[in-house]
Design a protein around this ligand. Structure first.
Ligand code: SF4
Ligand code: SF4
Length: 447
């Protein structure tokens, strides 16, 4: 690792920069790799989320600054900004900045789901296929989210704010920057409140996000936004289906048509993901818990296309794959030690190009047509009365509180940390104030 890479990755860790597209992967780990291509994932394929577009519209220079730093750190010869061509309003500006920086190009993609799947994006940008069970670095690529690169452009500056979109059943959908640790209720109030009495929300996009009902939960660094919906909305009901329900229905109703597999983006890339075979496995699962040991879900990226779009019976093959992965993990089986790990190079399916799912069609299928609105940029400067800083806002080990109750902290102060040899990032105070409650899960700060 060069001196620059070492310093850059150290700064990313100190600042607590994590993947801001939902996953929360610590950015410093990626910055330590070596890659030929650094790719900005600006595809934002989750319907109704707008924050990446807004960051690129209002702060494009910063994203390019972050990209250039990352390129230098990993030794990338090429930078690529992958964005959907429908964003014609912002693309000319991006192309002009890219030209002025050199070695950076803008890849204009179609409006399909899941264009932002990391491995699909790598293929579209470079023609390379990430090997089954592998990561983009295996094929000389590093992929970063727009907001992650925005944060990386301020070396060593602690991440205390995050960009989020609040869309769906709210009075004025919007995209804004708020202090980490405010509640989702406060974020919804910034949009004029919900338009429905009995609301739930999806944390993240409608496809990959999780259904939540507690609006008092805090916004974290990896938050991309929420979609507020009536609790009775078909998407909330389907996504909240319990394991016993999707197993009971799946066992009796799956006719093995295999549409779920035929539309699976990872299957189409040549990976051995076959959700219909996991569904078939349900018929042979036994015991009260119906443990699923179907290995054909091991490489599932949990995009939900099979459950929320492809299956004509409205079944839940995605959840079957998630359950199967967990059940196999219990008996210590992962892709690497499964019979799927043949070492054969994947071959892209010949009709992949024609099975890309148009987002507008998907929105219709999800019952989200009435909520498919812009969430314009709003320059709010919200000063919360208190924030709750979670110790685990990233993949890896949780941080450990490093402050005590009653202590005064300034914005940016480290309130949770972990040893340098553990994968993870420190977390910081997002407002100045006095430390309230402290426990292993969070640190509260009162303004
Ligand atoms: S698409 Fe639905 S019915 Fe067809 S195989 Fe998959 S889960 Fe079964
Ligand atoms: S959720 Fe379904 S469509 Fe998506 S990767 Fe997994 S099996 Fe394939």
């Amino acid at each position: 690792m060069s001196d620059f890479s070492a310093e850059f990755s150290l700064n990313l860790r100190r600042a607590g920069v994590v993947g801001a597209g939902g996953a929360g992967f610590p950015a410093y780990i990626k910055a330590r790799g070596k890659a030929e291509y650094a790719i900005v994932n600006a595809a934002e394929c989750e319907p109704l989320l707008k924050k990446d577009q807004k960051i690129l519209e209002y702060f494009p220079e910063k994203v390019f600054d972050g990209l250039e730093l990352l390129m230098r750190a990993v030794g990338a010869k090429h930078g690529i900004v992958g964005i959907k061509k429908k964003h014609e309003k912002i693309i000319p500006r991006l192309e002009s900045i890219a030209k002025s920086r050199g070695n950076i190009s803008v890849l204009k993609m179609g409006d399909y789901y899941p264009a932002g799947d990391e491995q699909c994006l790598v293929y579209e940008a470079t023609g390379r296929i990430v090997p089954p069970g592998g990561i983009p670095l295996d094929v000389g690529c590093v992929v970063s989210n727009v907001e992650t690169l925005y944060n990386a452009a301020f070396p060593g500056r602690p991440v205390t704010e995050t960009f989020v979109t609040v869309n769906g059943a709210v009075k004025k959908p919007a995209t804004f920057k708020v202090p980490v640790g405010i509640t989702w209720r406060e974020a919804v109030d910034l949009c004029g409140g919900s338009t429905v009495k009995d609301a739930a929300y999806i944390d993240g996009g409608p496809m990959m996000g999780r259904v939540m009902t507690d609006f008092e939960l805090p916004v974290v660094k990896a938050s991309a936004g929420i979609i507020v919906l009536p609790r009775t909305h078909q998407l909330i009901v389907k996504k909240a289906q319990s394991r016993s329900v999707f197993t009971r229905i799946g066992r009796s109703a799956c006719d093995q048509c295999s549409f779920c597999t035929e539309f699976c983006p990872r299957y189409l890339l040549g990976h051995d993901v076959q959700p219909h075979r996991v569904m078939r496995n349900m018929l042979f699962s036994s015991g009260p818990e119906h443990k699923l040991h179907g290995r054909y879900g091991l490489l599932c990226c949990e995009c939900s296309l099979c459950s929320l779009y492809a299956c004509p019976e409205g079944l839940n093959p995605r959840e079957a794959c998630v359950a199967a992965k967990a059940d196999l993990r219990e008996i210590k089986i992962g892709f690497k030690n499964s019979p799927l790990n043949t070492g054969r190079a994947p071959q892209v399916h010949p009709v992949r190009e024609f099975r890309k799912v148009p987002v507008l069609k998907l929105i219709k299928r999800l019952g989200l047509e009435d909520y498919n609105k812009d969430a314009p940029w709003s320059d709010v400067s919200y000063k919360p009365a208190r924030v709750k800083i979670l110790m685990s806002q990233h993949i890896g080990a949780p941080s450990v509180p490093s402050v005590r109750e009653g202590q005064r902290v300034e914005i940016g102060a480290v309130v949770g940390d972990l040893p340098a040899d553990k994968p993870g990032c420190p977390v910081h105070a997002s407002i100045p104030g006095t430390v309230g409650k402290v426990n292993e899960k969070y640190v509260e700060i009162i303004a």
